[in-house]
Ligand binder design. Structure first.
Ligand SMILES: NC(=O)c1ccc[n+]([C@@H]2O[C@H](COP(=O)([O-])OP(=O)(O)OC[C@H]3O[C@@H](n4cnc5c(N)ncnc54)[C@H](O)[C@@H]3O)[C@@H](O)[C@H]2O)c1
Length: 315
């Protein structure tokens, strides 16, 4: 144990499996006490099982820290409140929140049910809000805190699960905004954008889905090969989250980091790339006839339509 987080107390959602488990162990490895918050459900969000959280608690304890399991549902505000309270009641205070819990219920937008949309957005986006909202007053008061959220490359518009992609986009915005609100109180809020070999990615159905999306031109032809090459066990990059949770990263705030076994990256915030300006007082409103020229010539320089119309498939 390196003890760089000794005396710190963390809540890790989704800590029972996959990336959350690797992060819980990486924090424990550095000496942090951990509340492992995990409902123990399936990838599609069904079912409840306390075993994964209990097992990770035992592994954390073997590393010499205190750990407790909390089999809550992150999408429920009261469960987030209970997990934060459990951290304070058992360990004395809360220093670190890692929002990692997640599910996936992929469907094309024209097939997605309202329930599939609501559930996925509730677990990812509302779940992240729930934990930030419950921890923020305590962190603000103590003028110290580390919040680490989880987005996905899908936040740029990853097709075939727009419930998931949109929720991750929401988490990116939440990360940028919470960082600005809390930074002055010594509380940082960052996010990881991981690529890891977990049951969410190492699933035959997921791999079939990717093959179909490549065939339909919705993903680059080399997507699956790249995935297979890059997907490592999440323990390969879990130390990155421990770093963000440490004093070493006190000045790292409002940032999103790509993390995998082979690469680390820094996502910049979207910026306006090309601009045209005019004096509206002299020239009046933008006109349709000028936009027809301006948009392709000045705004969309180097632009390629990501999904141009295709000839109708033979049935
Ligand atoms: N694996 C990847 O390559 C990848 C890529 C991008 C983003 N992510 C994100 O990383 C996070 C972890 O994914 P993973 O790959 O480790 O998946 P995983 O399925 O292995 O682990 C997710 C964990 O979250 C828990 N969980 C789900 N819903 C919950 C709820 N309502 N309340 C409490 N716990 C809940 C599950 O029980 C499970 O233990 C997710 O947010 C996912 O979207 C993963």
């Amino acid at each position: 144990m390196a003890d760089r987080l000794k005396g710190r107390n963390a809540v890790v959602t989704g800590g029972g499996r996959g990336i959350g488990k690797a992060v819980a162990l990486a924090l424990a490895e550095e000496g942090a006490n951990v509340v492992v918050c995990d409902i123990g459900g399936a990838v599609d969000g069904s079912g409840v099982d306390k075993t994964p959280a209990d097992e990770v608690v035992e592994e954390c304890k073997k590393l010499g820290v205190k750990a407790i399991a909390q089999c809550g549902d992150v999408s429920k505000f009261a469960d987030a409140e209970a997990a934060v309270k459990a951290c304070v009641d058992n360990f004395g205070r809360i220093d670190i929140v890692c929002n990692i819990a997640g599910i996936d219920r992929p469907k094309m937008i024209w097939n997605m049910s309202e329930e599939e949309w609501d559930q996925v957005v509730a677990v990812h986006l509302k779940g992240t809000f729930n934990f930030i909202r419950n921890a923020a007053p305590l962190m603000r008061e103590q003028r110290y805190g580390r919040i680490i959220n989880t987005v996905s490359e899908a936040f740029t518009g990853g097709p075939s699960h727009l419930n998931y992609a949109a929720a991750k986009g929401g988490i990116a915005t939440l990360t940028y905004g919470a960082a600005r609100e809390l930074g002055r109180y010594g509380v940082t809020c960052n996010a990881i954008c991981p690529r890891a070999w977990t049951r969410m990615t190492a699933d035959d159905k997921v791999i079939e889905g990717i093959k179909k999306r490549i065939a339909a031109g919705l993903m680059p032809a080399d997507q699956l090969d790249r995935m297979m090459n890059e997907l490592a066990d999440p323990s390969y990059f879990a130390a990155f989250v421990a770093y963000l949770a440490s004093d070493e990263a006190a000045n790292v705030n409002g940032q999103i980091f790509f993390v995998s076994g082979t690469e680390l990256g820094h996502w910049t915030q979207p910026v306006v790339e090309n601009k045209v300006t005019r004096d509206w007082k002299k020239e009046g409103p933008w006109r349709f006839d000028e936009l027809v020229k301006l948009v392709p010539e000045k705004l969309l320089v180097g632009y390629v339509n990501p999904a141009p119309p295709q000839p109708e498939e033979k049935k």
